[in-house]
Design a protein around this ligand. Structure first.
Ligand SMILES: Cc1ncc(COP(=O)(O)O)c(C=O)c1O
Length: 246
């Protein structure tokens, strides 16, 4: 509701279903369904990781019904969760990836819709464009980001350091933190309301040099750069401990 109230009118034809519920998704597909659009891990939602098997079930339902599976990996993609795409966690390949954010190296505005020719080929040159689409500087940065992901080094870092981050965050459970959800170097941390709101914690962390983003009132999201060092994670957690202790 927070993201929708007062923002209409909306593009028609979308049916919303509860996230992580494969049966609800399958039930919503009918002969007029063109595509299913989901985040394989929800970002703004607070790093919501769907139940194991959900992405495979979505893939199977889409294939069985000849419906496109569109994975919005704008937050979850490009190494963040320890694999190139969050869909890789379940060995699933969607028909279209939506990419952004990290694609521009975190500094250049760049986004992309990525898919096979049989899907994207329905749009012909000249039929769809944007003023800055294909910007040479942005395209050069994006190409470099894709090259940097080829060795797997950053995915590996995200995986290993993510385990470290998770262990550190687990130690805060019951001490100002009520729940954590971690995927690679990406964490949703639910703050005990007795300590304050997510926003208040985020602002106190900012004053201590740690950038996090609040979401949904009581949650903060940590998404450090994939080049972060283990000692820097420890330092950030120390700052969080101080803030939680009031
Ligand atoms: C999952 C997801 N999809 C789409 C967007 C929007 O991307 P853009 O800012 O490139 O339009 C965002 C931005 O926060 C996002 O997190």
């Amino acid at each position: 509701p927070q993201a929708r109230d007062g923002f209409g009118p909306y593009a028609g034809g979308f049916t919303m279903v509860p996230y992580g519920d494969a049966a609800a998704l399958e039930a919503a597909i009918d002969e007029n369904t063109a595509a299913v659009l989901i985040e394989p891990i929800q970002g703004e939602g607070g790093v919501i990781i769907p139940p194991e098997g959900y992405l495979r079930a979505v893939r199977e339902a889409c294939t069985a019904n000849n419906v496109l599976f569109v994975a919005d990996e704008i937050q979850s993609g490009l190494g963040r969760v320890g694999t190139t795409f969050a869909c890789d966690r379940e060995g699933v390949v969607p028909d279209l990836y939506l990419l952004g954010k990290a694609l521009g190296g975190g500094i250049i505005p760049l986004s992309a819709v990525v898919g096979d020719r049989d899907v994207l080929g329905v749009i012909h040159p000249g039929e769809h464009g944007s003023t800055f689409g294909g910007n040479p500087l942005a395209a050069a940065v994006g190409t470099t980001v894709v090259e940097m992901l080829a060795s797997g080094e950053f995915q590996q870092r995200a995986l290993a350091l993510g385990e470290h981050l998770q262990a550190q965050l687990e130690s805060l459970l019951g001490s100002g933190v009520t729940a954590i959800r971690v995927a690679g170097l990406w964490a949703g941390v639910d703050i005990d309301p007795a300590v304050g709101t997510g926003r208040e914690v985020a602002e106190k962390l900012l004053a201590r040099g740690v950038l996090v983003k609040d979401t949904h009132g009581q949650t903060i999201r940590m998404a450090p750069p994939l080049v972060i060092r283990s000692t820097e994670i420890d330092w950030a957690i120390e700052q969080l401990k101080v803030v939680l202790a009031g």
